[in-house]
Design a protein around this ligand. Sequence first.
Ligand SMILES: [Mn+2]
Length: 546
Amino acid sequence: MDLLITQLTETVRDKDAVISTMQAEADSLRTSLAQMRAQDALKSPRNRKVVTLSYEVEADGVLSRARVGRHASVATTQVLNAFPVESTDELASKMIEMFRKPLDKIDYLHSARFADDLMQLCARAKPIYEAEPRCLALESPTYVFGDIHGNLEDLNFFADHLWKLGTQLTAGKFLFLGDYVDRGMNGLECVAYLFALKICSPTKLFMLRGNHETRDVNGWEDHYGDRSFLRQCKARFGRDLGEQVWEAVNQVFDRLPLAGVIDNDIFCVHGGLPRPTKGQEVATRVEDLLAVPRVAGISPVYDHESRASQQLASDCIWSDPALADMEQGRELNELGFGESLRGGGAVCFGNRAVDNFLAVNQFSYIVRAHEAHAEGVGLSKGARVFTVFSTSKDHGQGTGAVAGCILVDNDAIRVINRSAKYKNKFVHRRQSATAAGVAPTHVEKAIRLGLVLNTPHEPLDRVVPRMVLQQQQQQQVVTTTTTMTTASSISSISSSGGMVVADATATLAAMALQRERSHSFSSDEGGSGEGEEEDDDDMERDQPKR
Ligand SMILES: [Mn+2]
């Protein structure tokens, strides 16, 4: 027995020695590999010339720029002159400038010239987005923004604080996670501004696609009413021109990438994780996203989109983290995916899906948008999923709602929120405290631009309990879903040749309604619902139409 123990101990010692040797070898190989990569990085030639410019900062912002070294020696001047000139897009620059004081440009913003200019911007932005991979590779520092939803006020807040001198003079990158239009009143301004920034800073500012960047959603006038992007285009420019602008903007949306990865570690997407499309895989690999066509309608689809690519793209823009009670029940499958409360074939992802996805792709975090949070940024799934929401209005989150963004800066993830107490630059309601003392002509202008709502408060919002209101609204959703599928098929075919309209899924929508009714909405409820600047309107979830 003693001998046996001695032999075994010796064997273990020998094997331990072999293991340590192998570990040391692996460590040394790892170090060499890192060194080789670092050397490669140092040796790889820069493929662009450095543009050297100097800027003058004045009280109203950055007013002029010039090449550096105008008074340099002849030799230096010759070298500088040989550098390529950084092209400036005058139209895009003008658009960015306009955004600083939109109320001064009120006539322009209501003119056919703005429609033409916006369509030109679309034509310039299209090839830029189309050339980008469907999953961007970005590095920190990067600011990440969630839903904007036509909220010029909050977008202006970020512009005033995060890129006060403009995106070009601000270090780092800016990543927007989608949902630029609908729900808010200034979808046109937000889109014009963001496209203009993209044209001027194509390697600094990035925009992903949200579920509202599809024709089925941003053309759903019956559902979103005055807050529908299509309705806003038509109201602003008249029916024909309005539809042209709407289609031009959607052509750009068709080309927006679906996801981005920061520092090879943080996965960013509008909705969330897509379910695996390949049978043998436990999670989608980010490489799979690269196979999605660079021009995709998603909903409705173009002829060239396969069912698999449409599902992958739809999941990216529509999915949500599963609620806590779903994690406990049997509603999630063995891969951690379940049916979304939104219905329409959308999925939700649980802890297991997050585990698998992060492990397979070797990532640490998921940053997504898509769900309103009164606190701007929310955490779920063991603090591995960040939900960022960058508009404080139009989502029934109350006056305490804040707009947030995330700064990923090397080893830190910093949440930056616009406090609910922050003084508005524009005003929201005619009767509000912020509107008092503002010149009537100014208020009139702001009303024309949708920055002040001229509608009185709807007392119904306060009296009817949320749950009842929900059910009424959900009822409406189902009826419009069924009828709108036909209506949208007509408009899609007529306005964009080659589009195939997805099947009507009235049954799915009805099932969704049943689920919505049986489910408590407490987890979604935000602020108090008190106060005069609140838009206490639509609390229902967006629903996919397929
Ligand atoms: Mn969304």
